[in-house]
Design a protein around this ligand. Structure first.
Ligand code: FES
Length: 152
């Protein structure tokens, strides 16, 4: 994911971002789409580094634009909701939602993590699958998920 974000930011830097507001907004929208709908703290840092601005500047810009969703969370956990992952990964969702109180589209664990869901990730053979900051993690168990959440 980092490489994709860097390529997007580099392209729009060549188009005049961050000084050119239209180029900056196009950059953020494209990056948001590449991240599955929300730009988390790690993505903001990545883009900001290429463009030479602080994540707080990107957040200030995004606050004024209704279709941009920037999260203050440092990391994003995306849980696959495809048929196979849902069937084989029910315990993961139960752990997240019942024990940690996570809700899709919201942060959890003191705002450190953004929890989101997504459709089939085209890796059903290794389900249940999640993405951590865009990176596919396969064969996830509750124990493995606990380790992933604590490692960041
Ligand atoms: S259902 Fe999750 S990867 Fe296909």
């Amino acid at each position: 994911m980092d490489k994709i974000l860097q390529e997007i930011a580099q392209f729009y830097k060549g188009q005049g971002a961050p000084g050119d507001q239209a180029a900056l907004l196009s950059c953020l929208r494209e990056a948001q789409a590449a991240c599955g709908g929300v730009l988390d703290g790690a993505a903001q840092a990545e883009i900001g580094q290429v463009l030479g601005v602080k994540p707080s500047y990107l957040q200030a810009v995004a606050k004024r634009i209704s279709d941009l969703k920037l999260s203050g969370a440092a990391h994003t956990l995306t849980v696959c909701q495809g048929q196979n992952c849902t069937r084989r990964g029910a315990e993961i969702r139960r752990y997240l939602e019942a024990e940690l109180g996570a809700r899709p589209g919201k942060t959890f664990l003191d705002g450190k993590w953004l929890y989101q869901t997504a459709g089939c990730q085209r890796a059903c053979r290794t389900s249940p699958n999640v993405r951590v900051d865009g990176r596919l993690i396969t064969g996830v168990t509750v124990e493995k998920l606990k380790e992933l959440l604590q490692a960041k």
